[in-house]
Design a protein. Structure first.
Length: 67
């Protein structure tokens, strides 16, 4: 598909198309970085919540065993 594309495009058009593709790729990478950062934040919060639940569950278990 791209073999004949360079014939119909001038050098500047080819460079512009390449730059546009690079910009789109950079934007996709930045978006991916944001998704990773948000995922880490959610994972950290989830781990903290689970730890709190385990502590509560252990306390309740200990209370019930002593009763």
């Amino acid at each position: 598909m791209f073999k004949w594309l360079h014939i119909a495009m001038s050098n500047q058009e080819f460079v512009d198309a390449g730059m546009k593709r690079m910009d789109e790729t950079d934007q996709a990478i930045e978006h991916s970085k944001q998704v990773v950062e948000q995922t880490l934040e959610v994972g950290t919060q989830t781990a903290a919540n689970l730890k709190g639940q385990v502590i509560l569950q252990n306390s309740l278990h200990l209370f019930l065993v002593k009763s």
